[in-house]
Write a protein that binds this ligand. Structure first.
Ligand SMILES: [Zn+2]
Length: 250
């Protein structure tokens, strides 16, 4: 069964583009290993609350998602198939392969995604696709919501997308390309999403590379807080409370 859906003007976390979706389970024999890798890192991020769902954050919408490109060959731009977190699964304590979807094609200019799975793909799939289109070496993309990194992005010299560009839109895909040309995005493997509160994306050749960049950046953000305030606090990674010295946006 294939269905199409579209929602516009939607709040954070809700699919904003046309999804042509086939309701069919991902085969464990083909996608099980990739699903296990993604579920492992997603569980680490959920434990840190940089993936999740809370009533007091983002109007209660689920946040954060992970993806991995389906190998071995990358395919053409717009068709670098990847497995990604299902829409609104951020709050789930446990995930199975059925909580992921396969994105076969993504067309930023047409604002359209073609997918399959028992669940529709994350609302941020277009942004994941735009990252894969930067180069065939990129195989994993992680998106989390971390206020500490996001607010420290300027001090840390991270590439930051234009605050006027909303997430999950054709504009965001263009913004990713601009950042790859004008900043050290491809070398650093991380960006902060200026127009998407607390949004951070890392990517790499392996899940360890993408996850390692994220963990190193979190440590750097804690160090930056320590330099400013004389202390580093575990809760600061996810706290939306803005201390006076951190009031500016990164
Ligand atoms: Zn997000």
């Amino acid at each position: 069964m294939t269905s199409e859906s579209r929602t516009t003007g939607a709040p954070e976390g809700v699919i904003q583009y046309t999804v042509s979706h086939r309701d069919r389970a991902l085969a464990p024999a083909r996608f099980g290993d990739l699903g296990a890798e993604l579920a492992a890192w997603r569980s680490i991020f959920a434990g840190l609350a940089i993936v999740g769902q809370r009533a007091d954050r983002y109007d209660g919408a689920g946040y954060g998602n992970v993806s991995g490109r389906v190998g071995p060959f990358p395919g053409a731009r717009g068709a670098r198939a990847f497995v990604v977190s299902g829409s609104q699964t951020g709050g789930r304590a446990c995930v199975t392969l059925n909580d992921f979807a396969l994105v076969r094609r993504y067309e930023p200019t047409l604002n359209r995604v073609e997918s399959e799975g028992l669940i529709k793909p994350s609302s941020e799939s277009m942004t994941h696709g735009a990252i894969y289109d930067l180069g065939p070496h990129i195989r994993f993309v992680f998106h989390v919501h971390c206020p500490l990194i996001w607010r420290a992005a300027g001090r840390m010299g991270l590439p930051v997308s234009d605050a006027r560009v909303p997430y999950g839109t054709p504009g965001m895909a263009r913004e990713i390309v601009r950042l790859s040309r004008e900043t050290a995005l491809l070398e650093r493997g991380i960006l902060a999403m200026g127009g998407h509160e607390d949004g951070v994306i890392t990517f790499g050749r392996t899940p360890s590379e993408a996850g390692g960049i994220l963990m190193e950046s979190l440590a750097a953000a804690h160090r930056s807080a320590f330099d400013e305030t004389g202390k580093a606090c575990a809760q600061d990674a996810v706290s939306r409370r803005v201390r006076p010295s951190e009031g500016r946006r990164g």
